[in-house]
Design a protein around this ligand. Structure first.
Ligand code: GTP
Ligand code: MG
Length: 383
């Protein structure tokens, strides 16, 4: 329960709310931290502020390293239906997996830090081209950061999926913990986003919550959190299912949400229980066990990559003939979305469609533009 804060601490937090540069933000938070007494009631708030400071420092470092180095050689144009990055500690088997899953032939050695630039390759999954990019190791084998950490993490923020490769032969759970910590400090969350929170600060009227959905946990705690950082009057709109962490993100941190998948490699050399340890800290992130060397678990991994990307394949039919190259769309797309991808006018001109596949009860069923499609459906659009 956040106690009432000293007035100077509140002033420092108010400064943070209006700070523009990273340096100003860090200074305001450091000042606030020094003014907030350290006891049970302020523990959570102090923790939040410390995490935010770490995150801001990392951002500042990343910006500095981008200025120092030419960006170009770290750039890989996106190709195919989606881009997936392989990230992990040195020698975890990223290059070996890239070789096993794609046409790329990166160098594999038993020396650490062999890969020093991003290496792309293309994986074909049931007719869908998915680009995999190995990024230079973000940790040494002893879990220290490398000269590539900032740039590899920065690159991965633009990917559609982050594939975390753990070395199963070397305490994979510790690697995962460290990797999750770095991402957290870099402002990346792997929790699924279930809500939108909008905070409009006001001059009076206290804190008013407008909820379209639900709040998991105690409303009082939300109000205390807002007050603890100096927001006393505001209209807070919540859409979806929000937890206290979501509010924390909305007011103190600026997290981006990313999809992730974990592959525990070298499972042929893993200690008993290592996989369970990984699962226990993976939270919502799915875990697959593989061995690049033995070729074990690779089909499961391919499938998990495709599933995690949340894509679907739609085949179009015209005059009785079905295309063999699918159109790739995000899951839950509608017939209208499909028509828009085919041609801009098509969506406006379409009258109805016939659909074969899992999204319909009767094969060849007639549906409208708002009909939600499923992976593998065949669609004939009628104008
Ligand atoms: N036992 C075993 N060894 C593996 C497996 N996968 C890779 N290795 C070995 O692990 C070492 C490192 O493999 P790489 O694929 O080069 O690892 P990396 O993650 O790309 O390494 P860096 O690019 O240096 O960060 C090599 O000696 C591989 O032969 C596996 O599944 N089992
Ligand atoms: Mg490599």
């Amino acid at each position: 329960m956040p106690a009432n804060l000293p007035a100077e601490a509140e002033r420092a937090l108010a400064k943070y709310q209006v700070a523009r540069t990273i340096e100003e933000k860090i200074r305001a938070l450091e000042e606030a931290l020094s003014l907030i007494p350290d006891h049970k009631g302020t523990e959570k708030l102090r923790g939040r502020i410390k995490r935010r400071i770490a995150e801001l420092r990392r951002e500042a470092e990343r910006k500095a390293s981008l200025r120092a180095v030419r960006r170009d050689y770290f750039h890989v144009p996106k190709e195919g239906a989606a881009q997936v990055v392989l990230i992990g500690a040195a020698n975890s088997g990223k290059s070996s997996l890239l070789r096993a899953l794609t046409n790329a032939r990166p160098q594999v050695t038993h020396y650490p830090l062999t890969t020093t630039t991003p290496v792309p390759g293309m994986m074909l999954y049931d007719g869908v081209e998915i680009q995999l990019v190995e990024l230079p190791a973000i940790l040494t084998e002893d879990l220290e950061e490398t000269q590539f950490t900032n740039r590899s993490i920065g690159f991965s923020k633009n990917a559609d999926l982050i594939l975390i490769i753990l070395n199963g032969a070397r305490d994979p759970a510790s690697q995962l913990e460290k990797i999750l910590e770095i991402y957290d400090e870099s402002g990346v969350s792997f929790r699924r986003k279930r809500c939108e929170i909008e905070i409009e600060k006001k001059d009076s009227g206290g804190i008013r919550l407008v909820v379209f959905g639900s709040i998991r946990g105690d409303v009082k705690e939300v109000e205390d959190l807002l007050r603890s950082i100096g927001i006393r009057n505001a209209v807070v709109k919540v859409r979806g299912e929000a937890s206290i962490e979501d509010f924390e993100e909305a007011v103190i941190r600026e997290m981006i949400h990313k999809r992730a998948l974990i592959a525990v490699n070298k499972i042929d050399q893993a200690a008993p229980g290592a996989l369970d340890d990984v699962r226990s800290i993976a939270g919502e992130i799915p875990v697959v066990a593989v061995s690049a060397e033995r070729g074990a678990g690779l089909d499961d991994l391919r499938k998990a990559i495709f599933e995690s990307l949340n894509l679907m394949r739609i085949y179009t039919r015209k005059a009785g003939a079905t295309s063999d190259k699918p159109i790739i769309l995000p899951r839950n797309s509608t017939v209208k979305d499909l028509a828009e991808v085919i041609h801009k006018d098509f969506a406006e001109r379409m009258k109805y469609a016939r659909v074969w596949g899992r999204s319909v009860k009767v094969q060849g069923q007639r549906v409208g533009p708002d009909h939600v499609l499923e992976d593998g459906d065949i669609v004939e659009i009628k104008i």
